[in-house]
Write a protein that binds this ligand. Structure first.
Ligand SMILES: [Zn+2]
Ligand SMILES: [Zn+2]
Length: 77
């Protein structure tokens, strides 16, 4: 049995709505895509990037540009 991220594998869609404008949040991809020397996501309060049980995603609102992070529980396939 293999554990995969449902979002990375298109098994699940984001159902969050933006807390500011009510727009539909969209997946910005796994947070590992965002990490770099100048990344605004490099902060002390980050959740652990590597986890056996979760895949961290950036989700954002295309309407007002609000973004947040979401930990997706991996699912067994
Ligand atoms: Zn993922
Ligand atoms: Zn918004």
């Amino acid at each position: 049995m293999e554990k995969v991220c449902p979002l990375c594998n298109a098994l699940q869609a984001i159902v969050e709505t933006c807390p500011y404008c009510g727009g539909k949040m969209v997946d910005g991809g796994s947070i590992s895509n965002y990490l770099g020397p100048y990344s605004p996501y490099m902060d002390k309060e980050s959740l652990p990037l590597q986890s056996e049980d979760y895949c961290l995603h950036v989700i954002y609102c295309p309407v007002c540009a609000y973004d947040t992070r979401m930990a997706l529980a991996l699912v067994a396939i």
